[in-house]
Design a protein around this ligand. Sequence first.
Ligand code: ZN
Ligand code: ZN
Length: 347
Amino acid sequence: METETMMKEVVVTEPHKFEVRTVPVPELANEKEVLIQMKSAGVCGSDHHIYHGLNPCSTYPRIPGHENAGIVVKAGREVTNVKVGDHVIVDLISTCGTCYQCRIGRENVCEQVKVRGSGADGGWREYFTAPSSEVYKISDSVSWADAALVEPYAIGAHSTARGRVVPEDVVFILGAGTIGSIILQTCKAKGCKMVICCDVDDSSLKRAKEYGADEVIHSKKEDVVRRVQEITGGKGVTVAFDSACFPGSLTMCMQPGILCNAGRMIPLGFSTAKEEITQAMINQRELDVIGTRMSCYQFEPTIQRMENKEFQTEGIATTFIPFAEIDRVFYLMDHPEPASKKMVILF
Ligand SMILES: [Zn+2]
Ligand SMILES: [Zn+2]
């Protein structure tokens, strides 16, 4: 396949500053690499944090972008899993493969994990190279708009696996944004008895209903504990996800009356704000508090579900922006519009 020789890339040079640069299309570093022509890239909360200097894992200058989909336009001689012309999703993590965490199947928290788009350059550029072991083929029946959502759906798969979600569960999700909606869809797909979504935004709660939420709670207008007690007949929920991640949100989820005895709490954020959690809050109910970060071995199964059209992707991404108009992405990061819930860059 013919590729151009020059391309455009977007670099966040320091917090609040970005540049569009024209640079040569990269060469393969070895015969195991592929050259990818980008087709779509999701814009995620962590990209906002990188741009605003709030991501503790990010260094500058940095090309953002970890939700990457594109076409293989060049493949080294030793590449066997994909070929030129294949549509692919690019994993966001590179790992050492030998540390304790890698050996026990927890590669996403490898001692030396490198994350594309924060600790290493990501996909907000027309072309980039990657080891073929970090790319996965996706059917060209999946639209580029949906392909950009594989990574956030992989988070839904990972966090619900970490939370050991089973059909018997009664689930509480704080925050019905992108990740909350994806966890909702994932829990419903796993056959959970009931999913309760809680948010402060009416349009997000309406969307949650459309995605199958059994009950919604408006936490500004309603008493969350009382509503959870009412809905669950005084029993509480068996598992709670905090995808709202504001200071105090974890404390809110863990207050008595929400999780039942032996419940599981899955926080999804990276807020550094102090919470007010006591030992009693955990041990009176013998709760499990289960950490979760990115995803691990979930790209391939998630791609398969995406190909089988098992997700309601409609309305997850709300704003599609051509790469040539990338400044609008940064403008919207500085001036968020409530109706714009998630952006996807199309190349
Ligand atoms: Zn993301
Ligand atoms: Zn490792």
